[in-house]
Ligand binder design. Structure first.
Ligand code: RP5
Length: 168
């Protein structure tokens, strides 16, 4: 966590099914740090720690968590099961898997039944970064300073694209 936010109560939770998901999920954390969002990050495995997963989801809202970024691979039930136990918005990140390259993760996360939504992102690094940006955009709807930071981020990104040159 950045120095400015290290002592603040977390408002975004980042959870993942295994420490092996970190290579991907760190891109969500990096984005939250860039925007100065107080966050918490931990392993919460749906299949190996189901009781802790339920407790995490059940207590998230009362602890002040306003969005949960959940990444998992393979039979990626973590985002959906967390969404089943809390009304805090869940942002699901499909982590690439060994044999099916994350297509299994994507389908496991995106195919939720009507009534229990998981905002689902691209497989891998882009999905992790965008999940954080979506959570930031949600916070920006009620936080003008955050909205200004997000506008600046977009403007910088646009300028980088405008400055691109092809090796013709
Ligand atoms: C999932 O199984 C995790 O989210 C991870 O993507 C995958 C493999 O976990 P490990 O065997 O590497 O711990 O639950």
């Amino acid at each position: 966590m950045s120095d400015a936010t290290v002592n603040l109560a977390p408002i975004i939770g980042v959870v993942m099914g295994s420490s092996s998901d970190w290579d991907v999920m760190q891109h969500a954390v990096t984005m939250l740090k860039e925007f100065g969002i107080p966050f918490e990050a931990q392993v919460v495995s749906a299949h190996r720690m189901p009781d802790e997963m339920f407790t995490y989801a059940e207590t998230a809202r009362s602890r002040g968590i306003r969005g949960i970024i959940a990444g998992a691979g393979g039979a990626a039930h973590l985002p959906g099961m967390i969404a089943a136990k809390t009304i805090v918005p869940v942002f699901g990140v499909p982590v690439p898997s060994k044999y099916l390259r994350g297509e299994d993760s994507l389908l496991s996360i995106v195919q939720m039944p009507k009534g229990v939504p998981v905002n689902t992102f691209a497989i891998g690094e882009a999905g992790a970064g965008n999940a954080a940006l979506a959570a930031i955009a949600m916070l920006a709807t009620t936080d003008e300073a955050m909205a200004a930071k997000l506008e600046a981020f977009r403007a910088k990104q646009t300028q980088v694209a405008r400055d691109m040159h092809l090796p013709l």
